[in-house]
Write a new protein. Structure first.
Length: 100
């Protein structure tokens, strides 16, 4: 009888140990999944931050190119107006035809 009860107790103890191992394995899986999710979230946030930095840099480069283009256009217009002014200053004074 004691042998049989020892066998039952041993089987019961083994079943308890197996349940404990399964519970621990489930807990490890939950922890690993949470860690994996956190890593993925951090990677996503890094990618988004990099994308925003790249967008800001592209915007800044575009604005700088626009400023340069506009400055060149203004410089060209100023040179044109200066030429007109110099030409006007070299021309003879305006006279009314009936004067004289």
């Amino acid at each position: 009888m004691s042998r049989r009860s020892g066998g039952l107790i041993g089987a019961w103890a083994e079943a308890q140990r197996q349940q404990q191992r399964q519970a621990e394995a489930r807990q490890r899986a939950v922890v690993e999944q949470r860690l994996r999710s956190e890593r993925e979230q951090r990677a996503y946030e890094r990618d988004m931050a990099r994308m925003h930095r790249e967008q800001r840099a592209a915007y800044r480069r575009q604005r700088e190119a626009d400023v340069l283009r506009r400055s060149q256009e203004l410089d060209a217009r100023v040179a044109e107006l200066e030429g007109l002014l110099a030409e006007g200053c070299r021309a003879p004074a305006f006279r009314i035809a009936g004067e004289g």
